[in-house]
Design a protein around this ligand. Structure first.
Ligand SMILES: Nc1nc2c(ncn2[C@@H]2O[C@H](COP(=O)(O)OP(=O)(O)O)[C@@H](O)[C@H]2O)c(=O)[nH]1
Ligand SMILES: [Mg+2]
Length: 346
């Protein structure tokens, strides 16, 4: 199955929310616009012929094609559209601007839900195209990728998936299990590492992640690895500790390579909706975030938040996750995402 089909199938909650939202907006009002009911049947000749399908249609036994309902684009409709996009987690500012762009030059025109979906997908793709950038690969060896984000956002899983994919693409990868606070995180990475054939550097629970990062850097250099991916803890409840921990990791790896880390990925969980926006603000203060990965777009009605993120921060979106398996993570494609989000096909 292509990643697009998977994305479309699994984004069903978001897309059905936006897609059916648009259909409702158009069809409810279209129903209201129908002419008032005709005079009572009693006053009409009983022999009044019914509208008949065309001769060819009757021969083929086909029902006459039902045209898609249309509704005149007016202020009331735009307000409903805005409201629906805000409900879909797109954020107020983004929803207002997208709606204004759709309205421009189209006021008073009668539009169908399919036309609206196409217009909306185009607007979303326009916002997201500039940020759709795969993780940049540099000739620098090892390229150090620091992975940050709150607990449960999907850091460890994302590292496992990325490491497997890079390894499959012929890259030499080393993983540092830098979330030394959770033994489970270390085991989880070891499983991914074994599956992919990627070495995982670990340290005892509770030990200093910075010294682990230093050792991992040494190993990655010695082995001529292309990539070193460093997992971290995400204990936001103690922000000062986390900031110091991340700063220390950066400090020690810079002793080996002053240009490291080359990427700092912030992993965000789509199911947190608008909260993802404040996570970006917080983590930009804690670390030099260079790009985003959004996980758990499967089965959430909050996929619209990715549009708000792109619009607000303009940070590159490297990849999106739609499940727990290796191939459930792929580079972010703006057009595919936009079409899947509004419930349109490829
Ligand atoms: N459905 C789904 N689950 C995911 C995805 N990414 C991660 N998870 C799950 O989310 C949970 C937390 O992930 P984990 O990588 O441990 O998060 P961490 O605390 O940031 O390291 C795990 O159960 C993962 O299997 C995704 O794209 N879709
Ligand atoms: Mg983890």
């Amino acid at each position: 199955m292509s990643f697009f089909s998977k994305l479309r199938d699994r984004l069903t909650r978001s897309s059905s929310k936006i897609g059916s939202g648009l259909e409702d907006i158009v069809s409810e009002a279209a129903a209201d616009e129908k002419p008032a009911s005709p005079a009572p049947a009693a006053s009409q000749p009983a022999t009044e012929p019914e509208a008949r399908p065309g001769v060819l249609g009757r021969l083929l036994g086909r029902a006459p094609a039902v045209a898609e309902p249309r509704r005149e684009l007016d202020d009331a409709m735009l307000e409903e559209l805005e409201e629906m996009l805000i409900q879909a987690d797109m954020g107020v500012e983004t929803a207002l601007r997208v709606t204004a762009n759709i309205a421009e030059g189209r006021m008073g025109r009668r539009v169908s839900a399919t036309e609206l979906k196409e217009l909306l997908a185009d607007e979303i793709a326009r916002i997201m195209t500039p940020v759709a950038k795969p993780l940049p690969l540099y000739p620098k060896r090892p390229q150090v990728v620091l992975v940050v984000g709150v607990n449960g956002s999907g850091k460890t899983t994302t590292i496992g998936k990325l490491a497997s994919q890079f390894k499959a693409a012929g890259k030499k990868v080393v993983i540092a299990a830098g979330d030394t606070f959770r033994a489970a995180a270390v085991e989880q990475l070891q499983v991914w590492g074994q599956r992919a054939g990627v070495p995982v550097m670990t340290a005892p629970e509770g030990s200093d992640p910075a010294s682990l990062a230093f050792d991992a850097m040494t190993k990655a250099e010695a082995e001529g690895a292309d990539l070193l991916m460093i997992d971290t803890a995400g204990r936001l409840q103690n922000r000062q500790d986390l900031m110091e921990e991340l700063a220390k990791i950066v400090r020690v790896i810079r002793k080996k390579d002053p240009s490291a880390p080359h990427n700092t990925l912030l992993v965000l969980d789509a199911t947190t909706g608008q909260n993802a926006l404040s996570q970006v603000e917080i983590f930009r203060k804690l670390a030099d975030v260079s790009g985003l990965v959004m996980t758990k777009l499967d089965g959430t009605a909050r996929g619209g938040v990715l549009v708000a993120l792109a619009d607000r921060f303009g940070l590159p979106i490297h990849a999106i996750g739609v499940g727990e398996q290796i191939d459930d993570l792929d580079a972010f494609d703006a057009r595919d995402f936009a079409r899947a989000l509004v419930g349109l096909g490829d």
